[in-house]
Design a protein around this ligand. Structure first.
Ligand code: PRX
Length: 646
């Protein structure tokens, strides 16, 4: 291989893994040469009530875009995640729940999972929730969050999970966006020893959501909450009253399974729509091969169910495979920076999947916090959400995995439903920082800005030239926006928004977003969202937001703010604006740096030149490029002079 640092597949691993290198190459070739045959075969990995006869029907545009997989088959996601395993795994652990406080944990068997999910499915029905209705889930990482998802899937309701860190406003926008009539939440969440007022936030959000007639509330902390008798229902009371068996609704493969809101480069977050059959085939298949999951393994993905990683790789993929999946309520550094590794020891975790930002934060805490734990159960490590810098990769590999565990650096997106570019542990020699090679059926393509295909070792915009079963089907309620966002930049191709390099060995290296999306601690954010939160403040005239390199978060949020005439900049106002954004969107959108800008660099037609703002934030003035087209070039000097220090 061309690059100096290559980690070969450990020999003992290749033998036991589902696929070794020659098998990968063979399967990959089959998958792209005859996708119909390949996906017909692998589509059978899930249980179908009525088998499909059609495999794929895809059109990537330009005019019409449609994506259909297994379209005449019928199935049920919840049935695949639970019922199918009952004959052989009723008493096996489906979920290990580890609480925020290390003294709390729970093992939930497949049999118990069936009971919990059926009861809650009946509770939903008793409140009138039916097939096709949208249900918003705003919950902490407790077992009930997974029961809620599965219960919706069981009765054919479409869930939309909103991350518990989002503000009441953000929650309200998402409830209105998909017109949910039912919300599921908890009294409070617990993270790092602190409580999060979920019910109070939901109450606030619902002031502007009159369509919601039911709020199920899990009693997590027993904290004080207000109550609306007509609307609010205790989870435990509803489940006690409900029957413990509930038929799984027969769903068409292309019926919606869930909506998940995600940020883009323009406008408000979009409701990414995933459907039933193809999504489940893809989530379960990637879970099996990428994590080389074998029966008996203990698997832990540290994500939150509020993100796509939680949907596909805490709940749907693992449970379809009959796996034991760990659900963690807490944070990496509570009560100490050893927590992740202590949980690995406590539950004998074999496969561990986390984000680079967590690795970098723990790396900073020093070796002792890791070394005091054993981690001997670990066999495989995974990374997701943002590029992993080689230094963090090496630390993960050498310190956490003691050189023994391959790292799967998995590249994918909310839109892709499952992992698209990734090593397979028994098949792929690793290069730190590279997501390596495409998964079966995935056809990456690099194009230049004019859409010309680039061959060989090169760098360009990452597109996909054919569909895979886990691909999103539409933007909920706005198919035109779906076409515009993903299929209009490069004709006939799905455009990911990422930049990417391909090396001499055909390995892919994701370089980050090429649009106005930033990635802060693995959380995806549209700069436009933060800007619109800022300009909603009465003292702000204009705002521009860009990302800048941040040691722990990957990218930090750098904001330029122009105040209304007559308003004076002050440290107090700076704090007020930072708090304002937290309140408007949620703590994940907290600006790291806020600079007063008497003016913003604009073209004569009034367009903000973000390229320049990005360079200033990055402290890279040497390459500001051509500023002659600016309406007033002197604003740039002012911005440079008053740049915020990191
Ligand atoms: O820029 C890529 C980055 O995260 C974006 C997708 O974010 P989201 O939809 O929130 O999903 C995150 C979890 C799947 C991508 O466009 N990204 C994700 N994984 C990687 C990555 N960048 C580099 N390497 C990765 N492994």
């Amino acid at each position: 291989m061309s690059d100096a640092t290559v980690f070969p597949v450990p020999e003992n691993l290749a033998e036991k893994a589902w696929v070794d290198e020659s098998r990968y190459l063979q399967m990959y070739q089959q998958s792209v040469e005859d996708p119909e045959a390949f996906w017909a075969k692998h589509g059978k990995r899930i249980h179908w009530f009525k088998p499909f006869t059609k495999v794929k029907d895809i059109n990537f545009g330009p005019e019409d875009v449609h994506i259909r997989w297994y379209e005449d088959g019928t199935t049920n996601v919840c049935y695949n995640c639970i019922d199918r395993h009952l004959p052989t795994k009723k008493d096996d652990t489906a979920i290990i729940w580890e609480g925020d406080d290390p003294s709390e944990h729970e093992y939930i068997t497949y049999g118990q999972l069936y009971d919990h999910v059926c009861r809650f499915a009946n509770a939903l029905k008793a409140r009138g929730v039916k097939k096709g209705d949208r249900v918003t889930i705003y919950m902490p990482m407790i077992p009930e969050a997974t029961y809620a998802m599965l219960a919706c899937a069981r009765i054919g309701a479409v869930h939309s999970i909103v991350f518990g860190g989002f503000s009441p406003d953000a929650l309200a926008g998402r409830i209105q966006g998909c017109q949910s009539n039912c919300v599921i939440t908890a009294d409070e969440g617990l993270r790092g020893g602190k409580s999060i007022p979920l019910k109070a936030n939901a109450d606030k959000a619902l002031e502007s959501c009159p369509g919601v007639d039911t709020v199920f509330v899990v009693k997590r902390t027993g904290g004080n909450i207000s109550w609306n008798d007509k609307r609010d229902v205790w989870w435990h009371e509803a489940c006690e009253a409900a029957d413990n068996s509930c038929p799984a609704e027969e769903m068409n493969a292309e019926d919606p399974l869930f909506i998940l809101y995600t940020s883009g480069s323009t406008g408000q977050p979009k409701g990414v729509l995933h459907t039933t059959g193809g999504y489940l085939v893809y989530a379960s298949m990637t879970h099996k091969y990428v994590f080389d999951y074998h029966d008996g393994d203990i698997y832990w993905c540290t994500a939150d169910v509020g993100w796509i990683t939680g949907h596909s790789y805490i709940v749907y993929g693992p449970l379809t495979n009959g796996a034991t999946t760990l659900v963690f309520e807490g944070v990496p550094n509570y009560p100490s920076a050893s927590r992740f590794w202590e949980v690995c020891d406590k539950h004998k975790v074999n496969i561990f999947y986390t984000a680079p930002t967590a690795i970098r934060a723990l790396m900073r805490e020093g070796l002792a916090a890791v070394k005091k734990t054993s981690r001997s159960s670990l066999r495989l490590l995974g990374s997701v959400g943002e590029p992993i810098n080689p230094e963090a990769w090496m630390w993960y590999h050498e310190v956490v995995g003691e050189g023994r565990c391959p790292i799967v650096d998995t590249w994918w997106q909310t839109e892709t439903g499952g992992i698209l570019i990734t090593p397979l542990p028994g098949a792929t020699p690793l290069k730190p920082g590279s997501a390596t090679r495409p998964f079966f059926g995935v056809k990456p393509l690099l194009v230049d800005n004019d859409g010309n295909t680039l061959e060989g070792a090169t760098e360009g915009n990452l597109c996909l030239s054919d569909s895979w079963p886990g691909q999103m089907r539409s933007v909920y309620g706005d198919h035109e926006r779906f076409i515009q966002t993903y299929f209009s930049t490069y004709k006939g191709l799905y455009f990911t928004g990422d930049g990417c390099r391909r090396d001499e060995d055909g390995y892919y290296w994701i370089t980050g977003r090429v649009d106005d999306v930033i990635n802060v601690s693995g959380h995806r954010m549209g700069t436009a969202e933060v800007e619109s939160a800022l300009v909603a403040h009465p003292k702000v005239a204009e705002a521009a937001v860009v990302g800048y390199p941040h040691d722990i978060k990957g990218q930090g949020i750098y904001t330029y703010v122009t105040l209304n005439l007559g308003e004076e900049p002050s440290d107090e106002l700076r704090k007020e604006l930072v708090t304002w954004v937290r309140k408007e969107i949620g703590p994940i959108a907290t600006p790291d740096l806020l600079q007063w800008a008497p003016g913003l660099p604009k073209t004569r037609s009034g367009k903000i030149m973000r390229r320049i703002l990005r360079k200033i934030a990055e402290n890279d003035y040497g390459s500001l490029g051509d500023t002659s087209t600016l309406a007033d070039p002197s604003v740039v000097d002012d911005l440079i002079e008053n740049r915020m220090n990191r």
